[in-house]
Design a binder for this molecule. Structure first.
Ligand code: ATP
Ligand code: MN
Length: 471
């Protein structure tokens, strides 16, 4: 509307009132219809409208305005609507409406997540979220990938990526029991124990070994009780899986993919990003210069300008072991030996302090990674790759998959997964096996980076976290 209508044309606009100001003669209404961060300024000369009507124009009320699009006399906008007719579609009692034209804390808005879409900040975040989802489909479609819908209900609990939510229709108070007193899942809906999926990867592999290149993009569930700013119990994951790709091809794809998405945001969401950037700087203005984070647009551009730093887990452990932070006891979890799992503090040290750019870590110890990763000739490490980002830590986890049937079964035995239970998965290695690779991108972690938001609960419309499933 702001972009297409011509001057001195009759227009009709609908939206919600952001603010109203003015004097005895004229009233200025900032109206927003959600399509952009910018408001439409509506100018109403008070003599043409009943006082009763203008009183009902309060923050949050829904209006329809008919009028003339004219050049704006004021600064701040090029055009405005000179109102001829105003209809209040829905009042918003200022005594009761929680979202007022002042700064609300993000915590307050989380408690009012059903209304937080009405704020500038969440309008911006969710427009960017849409653009990123669209860009993901666009990226893969243009490169010959097929969008695969992996099931959300699964009977395999072997992936080991996290605790699972059970799916059952059994009576929770008196479930049927087996002879030895266990819950008898044979009598459950699916005739076996089922859960919500922690990843669509295994199914993705099956499809990739026929369609070549596929990706999933859907909700994923983890019942891990980690109350952090980077974990949700329900999050969206993007999982490409490619036949005939080795670990190097996989890394190249991950880097190109992330850069493409960030470039897309800069090209298509600049208004919203500028708003988010200003807000961040506002928030940080009382901090010391060295504690402030980089300006959002600059930070996004800097990822585009530099190749990601690639190094092995072993090299990273050496860097961390010798780091000042480690020697001065700055890490909560000291890095004292090869084989430790890296914590987000270590990942962020490598990215933010040491290399000052995104990092791809490869060749992790087999012990700390999933059973399906390709075993390296050294018999200690696997062809895993994690992409680490500033402020976030791990944003992507992936690997080349073990294609050799015997090696895969041996590893499953070692970690206690009965091969019979995953016979369907092993069939891809029995028939026409080939090198293949893939990775998982946490969609909300990407959004944290692109929007500069600090808490993952603020980049998904309705967050699901421990003790919280409101709305
Ligand atoms: P982390 O170590 O950060 O908990 P992970 O190693 O368990 O992550 P993967 O199983 O490798 O995660 O999942 C792939 C990607 O999914 C991660 O790189 C991350 O971006 C995202 N992810 C994983 N768990 C969560 C979660 N609970 N909430 C949001 N995103 C997640
Ligand atoms: Mn991981």
């Amino acid at each position: 509307m702001l972009q297409t209508a011509r001057l001195d044309e009759a227009v009709e606009v609908s939206g919600w009132v952001k603010t109203k100001r003015g004097n005895k003669q004229v009233c200025f209404i900032a109206l927003n219809d959600g399509s952009t961060i910018h408001n439409m300024q509506v100018v109403a000369e008070t003599e043409h409208f009943p006082e009763e009507l203008l009183k009902r124009v309060t923050t949050g009320a829904a209006l329809r305005v008919k009028g003339l699009l004219v050049k704006s006399a004021g600064s701040g906008q090029a055009t405005e609507v000179q109102a001829r007719q105003i209809t209040v579609l829905g009042d918003a009692d200022p005594e009761k409406y929680p979202i007022q034209p002042k700064k609300h804390s993000l915590e307050f808005l989380r408690d009012n997540a059903h209304l937080r879409f009405r704020t500038n900040i969440f309008g911006a975040v969710f427009r960017v979220r849409h653009a990123m989802a669209f860009a993901i489909h666009d990226y893969f479609n243009a490169r010959g990938f097929f969008y695969l819908h992996a099931p959300l209900i699964t009977a395999s609990d072997a992936e080991g990526a996290g605790e699972m939510f059970r799916v059952t229709t059994l009576d929770p108070l008196s479930p049927p029991l087996t002879a030895d007193g266990q819950v008898d899942y044979k009598q459950d809906f699916f005739g076996k124990a089922t859960s919500l999926t922690v990843s669509g990867q295994l199914e993705g592999e099956l499809a990739a070994m026929a369609l070549g290149k596929v990706y999933t993009f859907g909700p994923t569930f983890r019942a891990e009780n980690s109350n952090t700013t980077r974990h949700l119990a329900e999050f969206w994951m993007v999982e490409p899986e490619m036949a005939f790709y080795d670990i190097r091809d996989n890394m190249d794809l991950a880097e190109d993919f992330l850069k493409h998405l960030i470039r897309y945001a800069l090209d298509h969401c600049m208004d919203d990003l500028l708003y988010l950037s200003r807000r961040l700087q506002e928030e940080e203005k009382d901090r010391k210069a060295e504690e402030r984070s980089a300006e959002l647009i600059e930070k996004l551009n800097s990822v585009l300008d530099n190749p990601f730093q690639r190094l092995t887990y072993t090299e990273a452990v050496d860097v961390l072991k010798c780091s000042k932070a480690n020697k001065n006891g700055k890490f909560q979890y000291p890095v004292d030996r090869w084989g430790v799992d890296l914590q987000s503090e270590h990942e962020r040290y490598l990215v933010e302090k040491h290399f000052k750019r995104p990092v791809i870590l490869t060749d992790y110890p087999a012990e700390i990674k999933a059973f399906y990763m390709k075993q390296n000739p050294d018999a200690k490490t696997v062809a895993a790759m994690d992409v680490l980002f500033p402020q976030i830590g791990e944003i992507i986890g992936g690997s080349q998959r073990e294609e050799n049937l015997d090696k895969l079964i041996r590893r499953m035995n070692e970690v206690g997964i009965p091969a019979e239970s995953m016979s369907w998965y092993l069939d891809t290695r029995r028939f026409g096996s080939a090198a293949h690779s893939g990775f998982g991108l946490g969609f909300e972690r990407l959004l944290l980076f692109v929007t500069g938001m600090g808490n993952i609960r603020d980049v998904i419309p309705f967050p699901r976290t421990p003790k919280n499933a409101e709305f």
